[in-house]
Design a protein around this ligand. Structure first.
Ligand SMILES: [Zn+2]
Length: 689
């Protein structure tokens, strides 16, 4: 996703919400003036969970604190731009707490475990700083310096983690290599906080990454980037204050940092399925695991230290098969098989296993237990969802039918803190069979807003639905209440009592969830139904490094998505684009109100030929310098009709990530800081998540 831009929006919107938070603080402790405490029904569900889950198994707590060296000096890490990049202080309410009646006890448990910010020894020669960002950063002792694995999301948090490490363990020895375990931004975005690019260029620091890393760092989330950004506000609860009634962490970690994202391209790509290398005197065996938690991904075995790095393929949770913010569905069977390979190739002699989130596992029995459990978790999900689908269970039923076996449910390291059995099981059906449940009634359905009025009419109108909705809520039947109130809200988007009541149902459902993404989504829906989408203006910001990582073809493809086809009716032109510095050429055509491009071809009689170095084109992609200005000052050479550029620009639309999700929640006219019509939207995913 366009994380950089999303975070900028987050901060402007957060400023707009603090007034509401302050008002509510006078009353119940709920941040929202319309917020409700958990009902007795919700409390009972959470109490039952507290008695059925294996709370006597305290091994995670022992492992989480093992090897502790030093805490962080401060709870907040400032961003270079002046705001707060990372804030553990806002989770102070978790310290010493034994639980909240508005938080699932299992979610409370993982959020408490994720309060482990500081420096830890994994084994002599391997260290981790945890709790400085969504992910962990790891340090391996090399012959001449330190090898860093996964330098967090932003330069500020990575720099602070390195400083803490150097203060207690590092002895000022330099960083000699960086390993990106996979293509998600929370594992490389902070690289500029731990190395100087000049040292990389000079060959003093190697940067190692899995096969196809650069293709996937940016491409996974460009085309649908704006929609993903918007959905991120639900999955990650970006507008929800940290509170027992709101945000209580993200399961993988307490959240994403909000600093400067950068990217330095790898100097060495691991190509083989299994490849052995010696980096700064340290022997490493890499296992590429494409198509698992990330499209480009690898585990690493350190044979001389008997240490197994499982990247984000095995952490202390069920991970996402389907990601709520939106992403192509992952392959659980393949994921399971790569874990099985790691188990039999390295896991038989491993003495410690560590990963990019959570904490390590020590002792071969424990390592094998966790690897076997994770292997079976993804295989079970794949096989048994398909077992049910082959008997007619559909995507709209599977989450109510599919159950994990008791042994998996009772293992903490397999609980749904990132993926949930509910949304993952639907994802597996989606992967194999797609969205349609095969019932013709849902084949080409009316849009919700168009189908709702007939329901409302047949149910006897809004007043009756509200009365019945209130009864259902009083009986604790929140899903049933949601069914009918959602129809009313679609039919009458300005009916605030209906929206408030639907919000009440969402809120209770949110409190009941173990999974942070599900909880945040319900609570975010409630928040926006009650107050609307905050009206603060959006500041735009882009990371130069991330735009630079986009191929020209990706950029041109995205222009075709930004183009409003209704504005291009009747337009017809061809443009040859030549970028001499990297030897690429593109034929761009506007025809049938559709913008296409093909690499490696040029039109014989183009309307316009543009010649510009790719390095200069990047200024346009970033929105710093329009193409017309590039031509005007001679940076770009243009032959032919410059008018076609103006035509193309007139079709471009800036996507606004504040579009409404729930009906009647848009408070303001859409407006967005205007950008260059040809600028690219940088997009990246924080974590697979
Ligand atoms: Zn991650």
């Amino acid at each position: 996703m366009n994380m950089i831009r999303t975070l900028a929006i987050f901060f402007t919107l957060l400023a707009a919400t603090t007034g509401a938070a302050a008002r509510a603080a006078e009353g119940s402790g709920h941040f929202d003036p319309k917020g409700k405490p958990p009902s007795t029904y919700t409390q009972r569900i959470l109490q039952d969970a507290g008695t059925t889950l294996p709370f006597s198994d305290r091994r995670d707590f022992e492992e989480q604190k093992r090897g502790f060296i030093a805490a962080a000096d401060q709870l907040q890490i400032p961003a270079d731009a002046g705001h707060v990049a990372w804030d553990m202080a806002r989770f102070g309410f978790l310290n010493g707490s034994t639980g909240f009646d508005s938080v699932h006890p299992s979610l409370h448990r993982i959020s408490t475990l994720n309060m482990n910010y500081g420096l830890y020894e994994v084994r002599p020669g391997i260290y981790q700083v945890r709790g400085f960002d969504l992910a962990d950063i790891s340090f391996i002792r090399g012959k001449t310096g330190w090898i860093v694995i996964d330098p967090l999301t932003t330069a500020e948090t990575a720099r602070a983690a390195l400083a803490l490490f150097q203060k207690h363990v590092g002895q000022g020895r330099p960083v000699t290599a960086v390993i990106y375990s996979h293509s998600h931004g929370d594992h490389w975005g902070g690289v500029r906080g731990v190395v100087d690019e000049a040292d990389v260029r000079a060959g003093k620091v190697e940067i190692i990454a899995p096969r196809d890393f650069m293709q996937h760092t940016v491409s996974e989330a460009v085309y649908a980037g704006n929609a993903m950004n918007r959905r991120l506000f639900y999955q990650y609860g970006l507008l929800l204050p940290a509170s027992p009634y709101g945000y209580v962490g993200q399961g993988l970690g307490q959240g994403l940092s909000a600093g400067q994202v950068g990217l330095i391209a790898p100097t060495r790509i691991i190509q083989g399925d299994i490849e052995e290398l010696v980096i700064d005197g340290v022997r490493m065996v890499f296992q590429n695991t494409p198509g698992t938690e990330a499209p480009s991904n690898m585990n690493t075995w350190f044979p001389d230290m008997k240490a197994l790095w499982m990247a984000e393929n095995v952490t202390a949770t069920l991970h996402n098969i389907y990601t709520l913010r939106g992403a192509p569905v992952r392959d659980p069977l393949r994921w399971s098989k790569y874990i099985a390979q790691a188990l039999y190739r390295f896991g038989q002699e491993a003495e410690v296993m560590f990963a990019s989130h959570h904490w390590p596992r020590w002792g071969n029995d424990r390592i094998q237990e966790v690897l076997r459990g994770q292997r079976d978790l993804y295989a079970h999900m794949n096989n048994q969802v398909l077992h049910l689908a082959n008997q007619g269970v559909t995507i709209n039923e599977i989450h109510n039918v599919y159950r994990l076996p008791a042994s998996i449910q009772n293992a903490w390291y397999l609980r749904g803190y990132h993926g949930s059995p509910e949304h993952n099981s639907r994802g597996v059906v989606q992967r194999y069979l797609g969205f349609w449940d095969n019932n013709p009634a849902t084949l080409i359905p009316k849009s919700p807003a168009d189908s709702a009025p007939i329901y409302v009419e047949m149910m006897g109108g809004g007043a009756k639905i509200i009365a019945r909705g209130r009864e259902l809520i009083d009986e604790g039947r929140y899903h049933d209440a949601t069914e009918i109130l959602n129809k009313l809200v679609y039919a009458e988007p300005q009916n605030q009592p209906a929206k408030d009541l639907l919000a009440d149902a969402f809120e209770q459902l949110g409190y009941q969830q173990e999974n942070p993404g599900l909880r945040n989504s319900f609570l975010a829906g409630a928040y926006e139904l009650r107050a609307g989408i905050p009206t603060a203006p959006v500041a735009d910001s882009r990371s130069a490094d991330v735009v630079r990582a986009m191929t020209t073809e990706l950029f041109l493809n995205f222009l075709g998505i930004r183009m409003d086809s209704t504005k291009a009716e009747g337009m017809r032109f061809t443009v040859n684009l030549v970028t001499p510095d990297n030897g690429e050429k593109f034929l761009i055509e506007m025809e049938n109100a559709t913008l296409t491009n093909i690499e490696g071809f040029l039109a014989d009689k183009p309307d316009l030929t543009l010649t510009i170095n790719r390095s200069d084109l990047e200024q346009t992609m970033m929105g710093v310098k329009p193409l017309t200005a590039q031509v005007a000052d001679g940076t770009a050479k243009a032959e032919g009709d410059l008018g076609v550029l103006k035509q193309l620009a007139s079709t471009m639309v800036d996507f606004d990530p504040r579009f409404p999700i729930m009906p009647g929640t848009q408070l303001r006219a859409p407006e967005i800081a205007s950008t260059d019509p040809f600028a690219a939207t940088t997009a990246m995913e924080p974590s697979g998540e």
